[in-house]
Design a protein around this ligand. Sequence first.
Ligand SMILES: [Zn+2]
Length: 474
Amino acid sequence: MCALVVGVLAASAPVLPAQAFVPVQVASSGTQPPTDPLVGAPGLGDPYYPDDGNGGYHVEHYAVAIDYDPPTRTLTGTARLSAVSTQPLREFDLDFNGPAVQQVTVDDLPAGFASAGKHKLVITPALPILPGLPFTVTVRYSGIEADTPDAGWTISPSGGAFAAGEPHSAATWYPLNDTPLDKATFDLTVTVPRQWQVVSNGMRIRDEVNGPKRTVQWATRHPTLGYLTTVAIDHFEFLNQRRADGTPLISAFAPQAGSRKALERRLPEVLDFLESLYGPYPFESGGGIYVDTDLHFSLETQTRPIYAPWTDLNTVVHENTHQWWGDSMSVRHWSDVCLNECFASYTADYLWPERKEGKDVDAQYRMTIAKLRDNPKFWAIPLQNPGAGREFTAVYYRGPLFLHALRHLIGDGVFFPAVARFVQSHADGRASMPEFRRFVQDTTHTDLSGFFAAWLDASTPPPDRYLYPGSLHA
Ligand SMILES: [Zn+2]
């Protein structure tokens, strides 16, 4: 994700970050593990969002079909989840706060269901599920979608809609195990009135008009997470491009976003650049979704980021860096979000300007430090484990400084191969900040423990030897 304010900070202006603009779901602290060993734990223990997900199964594939009528905002959906139980289950839950649920089946047998809390759908199968076995859950739901800008289903100026929000958004339009610990493949079939267009993640498998209706199917071959899935329904114009290796790049432009086509034409160049840093592009397709809604952020939805109207080249580089750092390799817990945002911001704010535009980024770094080292607010939020509700703050404005200092400390010849190997070795998986620290430490004889503690754990400026390592020393 990239916020509008980030660009200002990236330009080294002495502006302090605005408060996190993302509506924060306050983590409830009252989640207790169930005493019943046959009930999947309601929440997987994320330190910031302990209620997210369920401990009794993991999902392998989502097949979601929705019928959406823009004029009435009526969404009728069927979500079929292919899952594997990790324990005996007489009850489990999904995360869902979308339209009213009408029917749930487990292995095609009617199951009991009830809503609980803000986003839980508790399901009681007719027969308990044995541990280690595959099972399917089908949820049918229908109703009028609420407009939840920045946090899920969002109505666009034309009356269309799209889904976007981090860390939560998917539960507003389909039921899922909404945790970074459970990646799954995802395909989506959308039926709309024929004059509307539909774009989503991955590859477009079909686009058919039958009478008054259009049905479009999109599918991803790589596992993904809820907030990285999206659907957008609008009167889109499309731009079709290809990378030199043939990878299709499909981009969509809402009615007032057509002027962004020239920007999106640079996507092949952006992906080539990122590939030179981080290894092969991790997905089978790419592109972008340029909305014309007054959105406060752009978001790295998998293969096809959603771009707010203020998007510029920096944003395109940032969201596409996330395809490696955040999407293919996702966080283990939300406290690891520096893996996503420190790298996306460093790549867009430092590496692209340095390598593609000839900017003196060492000077940019020194100027930023000179302006902000004595400002306690700038250092107040740690990069690693920033705290629930503060995870989308310091990682944008201090993350690039951390990585630039690390690069100077260990040298380009160690830094670049190490970060590329790290992200590639976790493709289609997940990683944590502690793993990253161990991995980088293993690549060098330099003891990094003091450096990492000063830059990642502290909430005060690092000492000079860590602020100005190597040739950064004035
Ligand atoms: Zn980001």
